[in-house]
Ligand binder design. Structure first.
Ligand code: MG
Length: 391
């Protein structure tokens, strides 16, 4: 069955108070429009997607549109009804079921789209809607006074969402009705006016419409909480020479050699610092603490790690965990692992249970294996916990 999704994004939607049209505001890295369109483009039962955009955007569409062969763009109208009519005019001849979706609902689920497709196929027209949970009052308005005329049985009240799905013949009549001057706040209203019985499909309370700045803030917080996190990797190597202390993770380990470098040459801290900075895409240790700067000569690398953590926290991230591998031939670091973990954890501001430190030899191979150098690898996971304000 050929199923087309029409995404109505024609309005400028500046009610939200931002400089950009509402549909171009981002939630966790993707715009509201992109999220809405991709929910349908990704769906296996959707054959093609027509997006009705404001004229200014049609001339300069977002880059991601090109990634989807099944997505087409059309200039929308001043109202949702006009935008849907414009999209209707370029429907593929074979389109049998058409879903209309409001671009301001970016969290539409795959299951809800499927339910709408099936209900439209079975009944001709069906919309997503959610039952009212609160008691509903009929109110009489007289000037500033509001009094209750009665209580409406809430079982009979549903709040309309989108998608709204129709067989082609039904939508054809609804659009024609709209063009003849009828004014519907949604496509279902036009289909009702045209005499069709439109069915209700169980909607989804997560399928919210982003209308106000508070809606946007709530949506961003929700996405930030459910985000998988950001991972970063770090690597460091220093030569081992006589006459230097061997400092690993802030622990001075008795040995005949130490790591050579401008600071204390602590490979565990340096790799950890790069992992943490890398996960936040905030550059690297050399950029923040250049060894040409006398301020960092002999600096404690635990301090540099601590300062890097501050940068990352200021950028809105929290640190979940750190895993470090230290590669050196001698001495054995096992006895010092608890101290290294405790130091790294303190610098990161997390508990030692979230910090792992492993020792490894290089089996006598290459400079590390010959005991001429020490190296470390680190991986850090960050979660985003502060939201940047948008305009
Ligand atoms: Mg280093």
């Amino acid at each position: 069955m050929h199923v087309t999704a029409i995404i109505a994004a024609g309005g400028a939607g500046r009610r939200i108070g931002a400089a950009r049209p509402k549909q171009l505001l981002e939630i966790a890295g993707r715009t509201i429009l992109q999220r809405s369109v991709e929910a349908f483009a990704r769906h296996s039962r959707i054959t093609d997607v027509i997006v009705a955009l404001p004229a200014e955007l049609v001339a300069n569409p977002p880059d991601w549109v090109d990634r989807w062969a099944k997505v087409r763009i059309v200039a929308g109208g001043a109202t949702r009804q006009a935008s849907v009519a414009a999209a209707f005019d370029i429907l593929a001849p074979l389109a049998e079921v058409i879903l209309v979706h409001d671009a301001a609902r970016p969290f539409v689920s795959e299951q809800l789209i499927t339910r709408c497709i099936e209900a439209a196929g079975a009944h001709g027209g069906a919309i997503a809607a959610v039952p009212v949970r609160d008691t509903v009052k009929q109110v009489i308005m007289a000037g500033d006074e509001r009094t209750i005329a009665g209580t409406i049985p809430r079982e009979s009240i549903y709040l309309a969402q989108t998608p709204q799905a129709f067989r082609r013949d039904v939508l054809t009549k609804a659009v024609a009705f709209g063009r003849s001057g009828a004014d519907g706040t949604d496509e279902a209203a036009l289909a009702e006016l045209a005499g069709y019985r439109v069915h209700i499909v169980e909607g989804d309370i997560e399928n919210v419409k982003i209308t106000t700045p508070e809606d946007l803030e709530r949506a961003r917080r929700r996405e930030a909480q459910s985000a998988p996190g950001r991972v970063g990797t770090g690597y460091d190597l220093h030569r081992l020479v006589e006459g230097r202390a061997l400092v690993i993770g802030g622990v001075t380990i008795p040995f005949e050699k130490g790591a050579f470098g401008h600071s204390d040459a602590d490979v565990a801290c340096h790799a950890a610092t790069d992992a943490v900075l890398g996960a936040a895409a905030l550059g690297d240790i050399g950029g923040h603490f250049p060894d040409t700067d006398p301020r960092w000569k002999g600096a404690s690398s635990l301090d540099l790690l601590r300062q890097s953590v501050s940068l990352v926290v200021d950028a809105g991230f929290g640190i979940e965990n750190l895993d470090v591998v230290i590669v050196l031939e001698r001495p054995k670091i096992a006895p010092h692992v608890p101290g290294i973990r405790a130091n790294l954890a303190a610098a990161l501001g997390i508990s030692p249970e979230r910090v792992s430190v492993k020792g490894k030899t290089n089996e006598g191979v290459d400079a590390v294996g010959r005991g001429e150098a020490i190296a470390a690898h680190a991986v850090a996971l960050l979660t985003q916990f502060v939201l940047c304000s948008e305009s």
